[in-house]
Design a protein around this ligand. Structure first.
Ligand code: SAM
Length: 230
């Protein structure tokens, strides 16, 4: 009888052990983004390789903002996408609604240092605006970034120059107002990029405006909408 109980316990422990190994492997595969067929996109993509001391300095400032001053900043992969897009478009004027601590602004700034362009960015919160200003200064971008402090719904009326990229990353229900006010200034071939475009967060009025206008072409990927002004 004792032997039967002992062997039942042994078999149960073996089953529990195997299940735990299978579960932890599946979990590890899921959390590392590994698929059965090979590497995931996030594994194929590698961290940026700085070209020179300036890029190295900027990347270390970006890392510092993320670790010590983060406030709802975009993830690094989005920042890299903005930099690539702005530089490839040879953007001369980027407008950002929602500066926060300056993280996404510095990614745009990296591109604009190369294109000879400028960023106009809007922030309503005085403390975050002060932090962003200091970050733009230490990144060596104070001369190409203008931070406008105040309610962007009012302040954007002062923008007069043509826009290559409009990046919306502030109050979600305000996207439609920003679009209506600034779309006339966006050049043909220019982009409107909007953050937090998920089923839960996207404002239906904004989505309707960017998906039904024949002058616009919109795609949504990973919570970011990309709208081309044709
Ligand atoms: C998601 S954060 C921006 C993150 C930033 N783009 C980044 O990735 O580093 C949104 C910011 O928009 C600002 N904001 C919200 N409503 C605003 C308004 N009406 N005018 C200007 N800024 C606003 C908030 O204070 C907040 O700092």
């Amino acid at each position: 009888m004792k032997t039967a109980i002992r062997s039942t316990i042994t078999v149960s422990l073996i089953i529990i052990g195997i299940s735990a190994i299978l579960f932890s492997n599946a979990f590890a595969r899921r959390s590392s983004g590994l698929r059965r067929g090979g590497m995931s996109e996030s594994e194929l993509e590698k961290p940026p390789v700085p070209k020179d001391d300036n890029e190295k300095k900027i990347l270390s400032i970006l890392a510092d903002i993320r670790s010590t001053q983060s406030y709802r900043n975009v993830p690094p992969q989005d920042g890299r996408f903005f930099r690539i897009t702005a530089q490839a478009m040879n953007a001369k004027h980027v407008v950002e609604i929602g500066t926060s601590t300056g993280y996404s602004g510095i990614w745009f700034g990296m591109a604009l240092q190369k294109t000879g362009g400028k960023l106009t960015t809007f922030e309503i919160d005085a403390q975050r605006a002060a932090t962003a200003r200091a970050n733009f200064k230490r990144a060596g971008m104070a001369d190409i970034i203008t931070l406008v402090e105040g309610d962007a719904h009012q302040e954007v009326k002062k923008v007069k120059d043509p826009i290559d990229i409009l990046f919306l990353d502030a109050d979600k229900e305000g996207y439609i107002d920003y679009l209506n006010k600034l779309l006339p200034l966006i050049r043909s071939g220019g982009l409107v990029i909007a953050h937090n475009i998920s089923g839960r967060m996207a404002d239906p009025r904004y989505m309707k405006a960017i998906t039904t206008d024949p002058n616009l072409e919109t795609i949504v990927r990973s919570g970011v909408s990309l709208t081309l002004k044709k």
